[in-house]
Design a protein around this ligand. Structure first.
Ligand code: SF4
Length: 396
C-alpha cells in the first residue's frame, strides 16, 4: 500500500458465504477508487470476499475434518441410509459450529488489522460497502472500533444496505455519514472539504452546512436534483490484486432502476427517478476494456434492463464481435414481434440468464397487494418468448 492514504475503502464481510456471487469482482469499490484516483487522491481497497475466504481463520485440522464430514454426508445421502445420514449430519454440527466460531474470531481480528492500518497511516476517511445480515453486524463493529481508536477518522457507509434502509440505517450506528446512491462525486467533495478543515468535528459541521444534509446523503437517482441527466458513470480499473481469488464475473452498470418502479414491497422504489439508462457507447466501452483483462462474464446491474435498451447494447456487442456472456434482470411484458426480435438479438450477443420476478404468480395478490403491474399470462408469455428466441438463436 502507498504511504499516505486519503481514503480506505472496505468491503464488509460475513463469516459465512451467502451466495456464489459474494466472490464476484468488486465493481463498486473499484469504481470509487478509479474515480478518486483520477482526481488525484490516494485510495486503497480492502476486500476479503474471495472464493476461499470462508476457509480463512480455520485451523487446518478443522477444515480437513469438515471436508471429510461433508464428503461423507454426500456419500450416504440415499434413502437406504437415511439414519446413517442423520447421524453424520448430527456429528458434523459441532464441527460446523466450531468453524463458524473461528470465522467470527477471524473477522474480528480483521477489524483490528484495519484499525491499526488507519492509525499507522492517519487515514482521514474510511468508506465501508455495507451488505446485509452478518456483514451489516460486522460493519457496525468496525465503525464502533474505528470511532473508539481513531476519533479523527470520518466513517462513511454506502452500498446495498444503505440503499434499502435509508435513514433507518443510521439509527444506533457509529457511522458518521451514509451515502445513498453513487458515491464518486460526493466522496470527492468530502475529501476536498476535509483537507480544508482542522478536524473531524469541523469537517462534519462544514459538510452539513454545505450539503444541507444531516447524516444521510442522497445522490444520483435517489435525489430530485441529480436525477435529470447529470448522472455520470465511471468505468472501473481493476488491479491484479482485485482479481485474485475472485470469480471473473463483473457487475456492469447498464442503468439504474426499473421502468415500473411501483411494486409495494420493493426497496428499489426509493429511487426518485424510475429508470435511468446508461449510454450504450459507455457500456460497450466498459465491456471492451474488461475483456482485455480476460473478463467475459457480465451481470447487468439495473433492476430491469428494458428489452429495447438491451437490444441496442446487443447490437453493438455483435457489431464489435465481442465474445461475452451476460445476464440481466427483466420484467414480464406484453409480447410483440419487437420483444421476440430483441431477445433473439440479445441471446446471439451472449445473453444466458434472465431474472424475472413473478412474485406469487397469483393475479389478484400480485395486483391488489403487491401492485406488480404484471399478469400471470404476460409472465408466461414472456418466458415462452425468450425460450423461442433462444431456440431460434440456436441456444435453447
Ligand atoms: S418490477 Fe422489480 S425492480 Fe421494479 S419495482 Fe417491481 S420488484 Fe422492484
Amino acid at each position: 500500500m502507498k504511504e499516505k492514504l486519503d481514503i480506505l475503502l472496505v468491503n464488509s464481510v460475513a463469516p459465512r458465504q451467502r451466495i456464489a456471487s459474494d466472490a464476484a469482482l468488486e465493481n463498486g469499490l473499484a469504481i470509487l477508487r478509479t474515480h478518486l484516483e483520477d482526481k488525484g487522491f490516494a485510495v486503497d481497497v480492502i476486500d476479503d470476499q474471495r472464493i476461499t475466504s470462508v476457509e480463512e481463520g480455520l485451523p487446518s485440522w478443522c477444515l480437513t475434518l469438515l471436508r471429510k464430514m461433508v464428503d461423507l454426508q454426500m456419500k450416504v445421502y440415499h434413502r437406504r441410509f437415511v439414519y446413517l445420514w442423520w447421524l453424520v449430519m448430527l456429528l458434523t454440527w459441532p464441527v460446523q459450529s466450531l468453524a463458524l466460531y473461528c470465522r467470527r474470531a477471524y473477522a474480528r481480528r480483521r477489524i483490528e488489522d484495519i484499525v491499526n492500518l488507519i492509525k499507522t497511516k492517519s487515514i482521514g476517511f474510511l468508506g465501508v460497502k455495507v451488505w446485509y445480515g452478518d456483514a451489516f453486524t460486522w460493519s457496525n463493529l468496525l465503525a464502533a472500533r474505528v470511532r473508539e481508536a481513531c476519533p479523527q477518522t470520518v466513517i462513511v457507509a454506502g452500498g446495498p444496505h444503505v440503499k434499502v434502509y435509508g435513514e433507518e440505517f443510521l439509527l444506533n450506528s457509529d457511522f458518521d455519514l451514509a451515502i445513498m446512491g453513487p458515491g464518486e462525486k460526493v466522496l470527492t467533495e468530502m475529501i476536498v472539504l476535509y483537507r480544508q478543515t482542522k478536524n473531524k468535528q469541523e469537517f462534519l459541521e462544514a459538510f452539513r452546512q454545505a450539503s444541507g444534509s444531516a447524516r444521510l446523503v442522497k445522490t444520483g437517482v435517489y435525489t430530485e436534483g441529480d436525477a435529470g441527466g447529470k448522472i455520470t458513470f465511471t468505468t472501473p480499473r481493476y488491479r491484479a490484486a482485485d482479481l485474485e481469488g475472485k470469480i471473473y464475473f463483473h457487475t456492469l452498470v447498464d442503468g439504474f432502476g426499473c421502468s415500473w418502479n411501483r411494486c409495494r414491497f420493493c426497496s428499489h422504489t426509493m429511487q426518485v427517478k424510475p429508470y435511468h439508462p446508461r449510454p450504450v457507447a459507455d457500456i460497450v466501452a466498459e465491456i471492451q476494456s474488461l475483456t482485455r483483462q480476460g473478463i467475459s462474464f457480465f451481470r447487468f446491474s439495473s433492476s430491469e434492463t428494458p428489452f429495447a435498451h438491451g437490444k441496442k447494447i446487443a447490437e453493438e456487442v455483435l457489431k464489435k464481435g465481442l465474445n461475452i456472456n451476460f445476464s440481466m434482470f427483466a420484467r414480464g411484458v406484453k409480447v410483440t414481434p419487437e420483444v421476440y426480435d430483441a431477445y433473439r438479438c440479445m441471446i446471439k450477443a451472449g445473453l444466458r440468464a434472465v431474472f424475472i420476478g413473478g412474485e406469487t404468480g397469483h393475479d389478484y395478490i400480485n395486483q391488489q397487494v403487491m401492485n406488480k403491474g404484471l399478469t400471470k399470462k404476460e409472465l408466461i408469455n414472456t418466458i415462452n418468448c425468450i425460450k423461442l428466441a433462444a431456440d431460434n438463436a440456436g441456444k435453447s
